[in-house]
Ligand binder design. Structure first.
Ligand code: FAD
Length: 337
């Protein structure tokens, strides 16, 4: 059995390791555009208070996965799927090739969602979605620290990731201003009372929070970046944290059904019986994306068991919870997930 996996996040790696353990004779190839190994995405938002984050965030090197019998092709992008020939096309410096599969697992995760009006200004702001993004932000910040200074950041978006990053930057000593479109922070996940205590925690750590803001565009002026609402304000750098966008392009190119994510049935199977999807990119029959670590791990373990013939019942999500990694904040009520 030839198993090919696209993506080296928690979905792809958990599936690969479990399937390896259950099926010693299978050929397992994992293709990823990452270079640095399998890392913890949640820890990205603790990337400023931890000095050694660029090393400590790595959960497993690709060499380690290879030692465990998973053939990792790193630094390469899967550009196309040929469903008739059952092959994928791989792009990457010196790595262009086609690879055959019996089962293909799409575990491609999600990109940062950039609202359409912001897209022309993409060179003017950061988003925090990958280790490459974090490294770029840390590199930008370092010259300030070398001169005993701290940059002033604007964060557009007061959702889960915006609040976490604001908190970590502020605790690391930077100045931070959050622009949030709604009248309270993390309104999707928190009850109003918890939004109020989150606001207080962030303000106490020095974060300026601007609610009911309509950010229209950005501009560059004299080495600073301006955020334009009805007034114009200058910052050293801007982060856009407006949610996530499941990666569905590859599936769409291959005529797999997609909506918000790649549509799967309760067996994580797309409309092609040889192709499965997991993680941030998979849309379940209830229309939901389970874009959190715990349900994704459960999907990946379940699929490995299912494909190894050790599970017959469909995947169903167990109750799970999460919490915002905002320094000093504990919600009093359960999150709405
Ligand atoms: C800053 C931040 C903080 C978070 N904090 C939490 C938290 O505290 N708790 C929680 O539960 N969740 C948290 N999340 C969400 C959680 O990290 C994600 O739900 C989870 O990591 C998604 O895993 P995944 O394997 O589906 O996708 P990903 O981790 O996105 O992995 C997909 C991989 O596939 C690669 N890929 C995609 N397309 C291709 C292609 N065509 N060819 C080759 N490679 C490709 C991508 O580059 C990526 O490396 C956080 C997310 C972020 C960004």
């Amino acid at each position: 059995m030839n198993i090919v996996i696209v993506g080296s996040g928690i979905a792809g790696v958990t599936f690969a390791e479990k399937y390896r353990a259950l099926s010693p004779n299978a050929d397992i190839v994992l293709v990823t555009n990452e270079h640095d190994g399998y890392y913890s995405r949640p820890l990205l938002s603790r990337g400023f208070t931890k000095a050694d984050i660029e090393q400590s965030i790595i959960l497993k090197t690709f060499a380690k996965l290879r030692e465990n019998g998973i053939d990792v092709i790193a630094g390469s992008v899967v550009a196309a799927i040929d469903r008739i020939a059952k092959t994928i096309a791989i792009d990457g410096p010196g790595q262009e090739k086609s690879l055959a599969y019996d089962k293909l697992i799409l575990a491609q995760g999600s990109a940062a969602f950039i609202p359409p009006p912001f897209r022309p200004y993409e060179k003017l702001f950061y988003s925090l979605n990958s280790l490459i993004d974090l490294k770029a932000m840390r590199k930008f910040r370092q010259p300030f620290l070398n001169q005993n200074k701290h940059p002033h950041w604007a964060i557009v978006g007061g959702g889960l990731i915006g609040c976490e990053v604001a908190s970590d930057l502020a605790v690391a000593g930077d100045k931070v201003t959050i622009y949030h479109a709604m009248d309270r922070l993390m309104e999707r996940q928190l009850v109003a009372e918890d939004s109020t205590s989150l606001l207080k925690v962030l303000q106490t750590s020095g974060v300026e929070v601007l609610l009911n803001q309509s950010v229209q565009s950005f501009a560059e002026e004299g080495g600073k970046v301006c955020v334009l609402t009805d007034v114009t304000s200058e910052f050293d750098a801007v982060i856009v944290a407006c949610g996530f966008l499941p990666r569905t392009e590859l599936a769409q190119l291959a005529d797999l059904n997609s909506g918000r994510g790649i549509k799967v049935n309760a067996y994580m199977q797309t409309n092609d019986e040889a192709i499965f999807a997991l993680g941030d990119g998979a849309e379940l029959p209830d229309g939901k994306l389970y874009a959190y670590i715990l349900p994704i791990r459960s999907q990946a373990l379940w699929l490995a068991n299912y494909l190894a013939g050790q599970e017959q019942a469909a995947w169903s999500p167990a109750p799970f919870s999460t919490k915002a990694k905002v320094h000093g904040f504990e919600a009093g009520h359960a999150y709405n997930l």
